[in-house]
Write a protein that binds this ligand. Structure first.
Ligand code: PEP
Ligand code: MG
Length: 605
């Protein structure tokens, strides 16, 4: 049996504990018929199972409400709606009645039908995972297997490491940090939204770990390093000891980092760098604040929608935006309009089936085409902006007209609010995410209609290199150090600066210390980073002389490939910082090169 697996370290920290293997497969359901006089009983069993599953979902919702907030807990609304879907349940009852089938046999039959219907549609992937989870709980319950605990619910008295084929953002947001100390999945990469959420929640995670489902028996004790992406099965006492030693080294680094939290982010020669936070979930507001974020450079708003049964109201959004703004008095809050599509599909929303969702109807395109989605959000932004430095950022812009249209919509909504006597700002600065090659090429014309630029290097890398950012198999080919991306970063800054616009980077690369040095060397003065990474990036800013960063960036612009860029950066940074601190060896013994994500806020255990 393999003792070690490797994947991509997507959320740092070391964890150990027994594996809880989640198999997203239905249990074997025997074809069972019942006597005519038992038909009513089967119908009753079906309804009892629904009640049971729904009450369990409500409990989960409550739990999430306590630990995260109302927005996250609403993720269960959609699941409850699916579980209670009357049309579906009526079709199961008809099958029980007409064919004298047992409740589980009939339910499975209809469940498979529904899944087949949905599974053809890429856009329903996230919803399918939710549906799958509910149906499995139902069948387990009907088969007397007890609760969904057997499927994926975590035992309350244990701390486990979840092993799954794929982790959806919906599942990740539901995980209870007290009991789930680590996550492992076969699918996914560092920029998958589930990975970003795991990072935000501070749960060490390894994704893209091929073969774990077949290779890790349930209950096996695992030692997981969310930084290096390594997983060790049944660690020996020696190996555990080595892991503890590594952990304590990392802990010392974290203490060092804590010391810089209150210090300004200035380079050794005194240039101020504005370090803001990327906030995906409400609970990150606190971390960003604690780590001294100078505002929010990217407020992702998709969590208000993902997996939810309905669109968030204008009032809900206004409240949320105000809450974020109040947490960062007098600091900019850059709200990104809904970036839907790709791998983010809200249950609340009917989108068409598409062959290439990442090249399809997503982001700004959806916003401009769907007034019911975009206009309440724009109104909420305007209302919350009264008295706060709130700005609006448009994702995936490819044409100047998209920006003009969004600005027109804002003007119309501002007028409507005024006419209705609702207190709101008359406008807010509207900026553009530069995350497509088209936007880079058109940056000079986009600058004429934009208040600021923010480079989304996750998508810019994806669209430049034609590499799916979520495809684990291509993870080695997804690299923002590729000179094609570096040159665009240079170009955008030159153009934006020439037009007098603030230009920042909010893609994940800004959270990675070597890349942050590259960006500073290119001349960027505004970075928006994942909140746990703020202290490390600040420490690097304060430590690496600008000259060294500039020389490295200039060499990177002339480099032939990503490996050369990374080597140049390591060489430059290595003169001033022990690279092992940035890129520590795996906490697991003898396991090669570490991944490049910075250490997080805490290590588990
Ligand atoms: C990006 O693409 O770099 C970005 C910041 O946006 P997201 O990761 O949400 O697509
Ligand atoms: Mg993006």
């Amino acid at each position: 049996m393999t003792r070690q697996f490797r994947g991509i370290g997507v959320s740092p920290g070391v964890a150990w504990g027994p594996a809880l293997v989640i198999r997203w497969d239905f249990p074997e359901v025997p074809d069972r018929t019942v006597r005519v006089d038992q038909v009513e009983n089967e119908m009753r069993r079906l309804r009892e199972a629904v009640d049971y599953v729904v009450s369990h979902l409500r409990e989960l919702g409550e739990r999430v409400l306590q630990r995260a907030g109302p927005e996250e807990s609403r993720i269960f609304d959609a699941q409850i709606l699916m579980a209670e879907d009357e049309d579906f349940l009526a079709s199961v009852e008809t099958l029980i009645r007409n064919n004298q089938l047992s409740a589980e046999t009939a339910y499975e039959f209809k469940a498979l039908e529904l899944r087949a219907l949905w599974s053809g549609a890429a856009r329903l992937r996230e919803r399918l995972a939710d549906l799958h989870a509910i149906q499995m709980r139902m069948i387990h319950c009907l088969m007397g297997g007890g609760t969904e605990a057997e499927v994926w619910s975590v035992p309350a008295d244990e701390q486990v490491i979840i092993v799954a084929h794929e982790l959806s953002p919906g599942l990740t947001v539901q995980l209870d940090r007290e009991h789930v100390v680590g996550l492992i999945s076969e699918e996914g990469t560092r920029t998958s939204h589930a990975a970003i959420l795991a990072h935000s929640l501070g749960i060490p995670a390894v994704m893209g770990a091929a073969g774990v489902l077949a290779g890790i028996p349930n209950g096996t004790v695992l030692l997981l390093d969310g930084q290096s992406g390594t997983i060790l099965l049944d660690p020996t006492e020696d190996e555990m000891e080595q892991a503890r030693v590594q952990l304590s080294r990392r802990h010392k680094l974290e203490l060092q980092l804590e010391a810089v939290v209150g210090e300004p982010a200035v380079t050794p020669s005194g240039r101020a760098i504005t370090l803001m936070g990327n906030v995906d979930l409400p609970e990150e507001i606190e971390t960003a604040n604690r780590h001294g974020a100078e505002g929010v450079g990217l407020l992702r708003t998709e969590f208000l929608l993902t997996g939810r049964a309905r669109l968030p109201t204008e009032d809900e959004q206004t409240d949320y935006f105000r809450r974020v703004a109040r947490a960062f008095p007098r600091k900019p809050i850059i709200i990104r309009s809904f970036d839907l599509g790709g791998d983010k599909f809200p249950a609340a929303f009917k989108a068409p089936v598409e062959a290439n969702p990442f090249l399809g109807w997503r982001s700004i395109r959806v916003c401009l085409d769907e007034p019911a989605v975009f206009r309440p959000q724009v109104r909420a932004v305007l209302r919350a902006a009264l008295g706060h430095d709130i700005q609006l950022m448009l994702p995936l812009v490819t044409t100047v007209q998209e920006v003009r249209d969004a600005i027109d919509i804002m003007a119309e909504e501002a007028k409507a609010l005024k006419e209705a006597g609702i207190r709101a700002a008359e406008s807010v600065p509207v900026g553009v995410m530069i995350e497509t090659p088209a936007a880079v090429i058109m940056a000079d014309r986009l600058a004429e209609v934009s208040a600021f630029f923010s480079v989304g290097t996750n998508d810019l890398t994806q669209y430049t290199m034609a590499v799916d950012r979520g495809n684990a198999r291509l993870a080695n080919r997804f690299n923002p150090h590729d000179p094609s991306v570096v040159r665009q970063l240079h170009q955008v800054l030159e153009v934006g600066r020439g037009a007098g616009l603030p230009v920042s980077v909010c893609g994940e690369m800004a959270s990675e210390p070597l890349s942050a040095v590259l960006l500073i060397g290119l001349g960027y003065e505004r970075l928006s980073v994942s909140p746990p990474a703020l202290p490390l990036v600040k420490w690097v800013v304060r430590t690496i002389p600008e000259d060294a960063a500039r020389q490295a960036a200039s060499a990177a612009l002339g480099a032939a490939d990503a490996a050369e860029v990374s080597a140049v950066l390591r060489e430059a940074v290595g003169q001033h910082i022990d690279l092992r601190l940035l890129d520590p060896q795996s906490a697991l013994p003898g396991r090669g090169r570490a991944a490049t994500l910075p250490p997080g806020k805490t290590n588990v255990q």
